[in-house]
Design a binder for this molecule. Structure first.
Ligand code: NAP
Length: 307
């Protein structure tokens, strides 16, 4: 029987945090949603969540946010090898200890599993995860693959809508991999509060591994036009991301992740999603369903292919 009845979610307004807030509320937990901007968070999140102001770079506010809570979910909104990341991790570690947290769920936000070559991003994720798993608070690390949410980056939508071209991810056309819906990551995160998972790194993904061309075939129905996979090179992707992030260093660093995927000997990253569903008693979202329902709804809401 679990004694976890409350969860504090850091990054609650973000792509990864928001679904965790929703899944935890759905599971009947008391949820404290952390943001640096209370007004923004109250506007975005369910009124059933208690919005709380804290900053991962301000340790005392992190401890306050954890105070009286059973468990915490967090991820790094910065590059894992940066000094800011280290400071954020140490804030969380100190807060977890002083507040008597029972369980910490961290998502690495990216995949650094077996076969991934060393590089600043992957090494940073390995180091942060290792650090968290050595603390004396029960911790689990989720290790997701590529987020399906990346498919709503504005330039990707524009290129598909205007040219029928999917230029992302910058991977070989034959490479088959599991993508991850952030809603599925959230379902696993909440299930982890109850399960005997402390000390583990758990690969997270959504069912239905696809290649770039497979994904294009799924996109046809929501875009109502032919879509061809014409991936950027990793260098081109680094450039694009540098512009998006306003930082050449971030562009280069994240591009290393895709270089790593391309270097994996077989397909991948691939995750046994059936085993994940069985272990946690949850249903995950097949990629075709995510495209049809989630992406379809997002395109309707934020810009249909015709406008
Ligand atoms: N695997 C993939 O496909 C993939 C794709 C994209 C990104 N990522 C990774 O995901 C991470 C970013 O996650 P995301 O895309 O979910 O982020 P996001 O949507 O950009 O949101 C960032 C969140 O972090 C919070 N935040 C930022 N600075 C903070 C601070 N100092 N203290 C407390 N909260 C802070 C923000 O909250 P407030 O502004 O409300 O305070 C916001 O909720 C990065 O590590 C990135 O590398 C992975």
């Amino acid at each position: 029987m679990s004694s976890i009845s409350s969860l504090v979610v850091f990054g609650a307004t973000g792509t990864q945090g928001h679904p965790v807030v929703d899944a935890a509320l759905q599971a009947g937990l008391d949820v404290r949603a952390v943001s640096r901007d209370v007004d923004k968070a109250e506007e975005q999140l369910s009124s059933r969540a208690q919005v709380f102001q804290a900053d991962l770079l301000e340790p005392e506010t992190v401890a306050e946010a954890m105070s009286g809570m059973d468990a915490a979910f967090f991820y790094l909104p910065v590059m894992p090898h940066s000094p800011s990341a280290q400071a954020m991790v140490e804030s969380v570690v100190a807060g977890a200890r002083t507040s008597g947290l029972q369980r910490l769920v961290f998502t690495s936000s990216a995949w650094f599993g077996p076969g991934m070559p060393s590089g600043p991003f992957v090494d940073g994720l390995r180091a942060v995860s290792g650090r968290l798993l050595e603390i004396d608070v029960e911790t689990v690390v989720l290790r997701p693959t590529l987020y399906l949410a990346n498919l709503v980056w504005p330039h990707i939508i524009r290129e598909i809508r205007d040219y029928g071209r999917l230029s992302y991810p910058p991977l070989d056309a034959g490479r088959c991999l599991n993508w991850t819906a952030t809603e599925d990551q959230a379902a696993v995160a909440v299930a982890c509060l109850d399960a005997g998972v402390a000390g583990e790194i758990i690969d997270v993904a959504s069912p239905e591994p696809v290649t770039g061309p497979d994904l294009c075939r799924l996109l046809v129905s929501v875009y109502g036009r032919e879509v061809h996979y014409d991936p950027q090179t990793v260098e081109e992707f680094a450039d694009t991301l540098s512009h998006m992030a306003g930082s050449a260093e971030i562009g280069r660093t994240v591009a290393g992740l895709y270089e790593g995927f391309n270097a994996l000997a077989e397909d991948g990253p691939l995750v046994d999603t059936e085993a994940l569903e069985r272990r946690f008693g949850i249903r995950l979202t097949p990629v075709s369903e995510w495209v049809e329902q989630r992406l379809g709804a997002l395109l309707d809401r934020y810009g249909t292919p015709s406008n």
